[in-house]
Design a protein around this ligand. Structure first.
Ligand code: C2E
Ligand code: CA
Ligand code: CA
Ligand code: CA
Length: 278
């Protein structure tokens, strides 16, 4: 038995080692990747229900690695988040997004941009000042910037996150709770946060067509959100049927492949033109 478990351990070690090595490589290469244009931002539209009006975009980071190719944000973002480099990531995405918002305003389009935050940003008491500075530098009204934060991000260290959230809110930026329904807390905690928007996690929206339980969860989040005076956003809207159900439930905003995948800057501009010029 001892021998078997020893073999099992030996068989397991190399792959663990590979995972750690790759993670280590990604973290050490990220700074240079940012500076050399390997990292970009894609934009996914959000539309007002029941119509088709484009309200704004979610900014999503992308990394095309010279050796590994296109990397999944779900792999490299957590690795970067575990280091101080996440400050550089958030600043990069925020700056890119604010430059886009400014450009749209200059063309008479009032579109907002949402940036994802990590736990570390919420624990950083200098973060709200950096946001205020970026808004001034890009000359963008605070209402056109929103931040998406997860329950776990807030609940990791609520006593540090809350003052940061209050200061962000006082600046006038929009705060959204992301991936709602997947955490452990929900109702009680949502009431205590200075948030404006709740995003229903895509797993429930994707399951709505086949799973009555998911449908019930989506419906109750829409009702809960509205009873707290929040804007309710559904992400992961892939099918007409889901969109129709969300409209029937009174959901305010939809985001998902049905409307558009996240697009590069250029492709998003083309998408926008095709939408508005008709
Ligand atoms: P998220 O914030 O929940 O972002 C939504 C994810 O759902 C995105 O994945 C988006 O491409 C995907 N998505 C959108 N519509 C649909 C749909 O209709 N169906 C399906 N199946 N998926 C859809 P992505 O871009 O791969 O990002 C994954 C996660 O990585 C994000 O989840 C977020 O947690 C993180 N992330 C991405 N960009 C950033 C960033 O700039 N900063 C931070 N801190 N995290 C980021
Ligand atoms: Ca998000
Ligand atoms: Ca989400
Ligand atoms: Ca997520």
């Amino acid at each position: 038995a001892a021998r078997t478990s020893g073999d099992a351990v030996r068989a397991y070690l190399p792959s663990m080692g590979q995972i750690f090595l790759r993670r280590f490589q990604l973290v050490t290469q990220f700074r240079q990747a940012l500076d050399s244009g390997q990292v970009t931002v894609h934009y996914q539209p959000k539309v007002a229900l029941p119509g088709r009006e484009v309200l704004g975009v979610e900014a999503l980071v992308r990394w095309v690695h010279p050796e590994f190719g296109r990397l999944d944000p779900d792999e490299f973002v957590p690795a970067v988040e575990a280091t101080g480099l996440v400050d550089a990531l958030t600043s990069f995405v925020m700056d890119s997004a604010l430059a886009k918002v400014r450009g749209w305003l200059d063309r008479g389009l009032r579109l907002s941009a949402a940036v994802n935050l990590s736990v570390r940003n919420l624990a950083d008491e200098t973060f709200p000042d950096r946001v205020a500075e970026a808004l001034r530098r890009h000359d963008v009204p605070p209402r056109l910037l929103s931040f998406e934060l997860t329950e776990s991000g807030v609940m990791a260290e609520p006593e540090r996150a809350l003052p940061v959230l209050r200061r962000l809110h006082a600046l006038g930026v929009v705060l959204a709770v992301d991936d709602f329904g997947t955490g452990y807390s929900s109702l009680a905690y949502l009431r205590q946060l200075p948030v404006d928007e709740v995003k229903i996690d895509k797993s429930f929206v994707l399951g709505m067509g086949t799973d009555l339980g998911d449908m019930a969860v989506v419906r109750s989040i829409v009702e809960l959100g509205h009873s707290l005076g929040l804007i309710v956003v559904a992400e992961g809207v892939e099918e007409d049927a889901a969109r129709d159900q969300l409209i029937e439930m009174g959901c305010d905003v939809a985001q998902g492949y049905l409307i558009s995948r996240p697009l590069s800057e250029d492709r998003f501009e083309a998408w926008l033109r095709a939408r508005t010029v008709r």
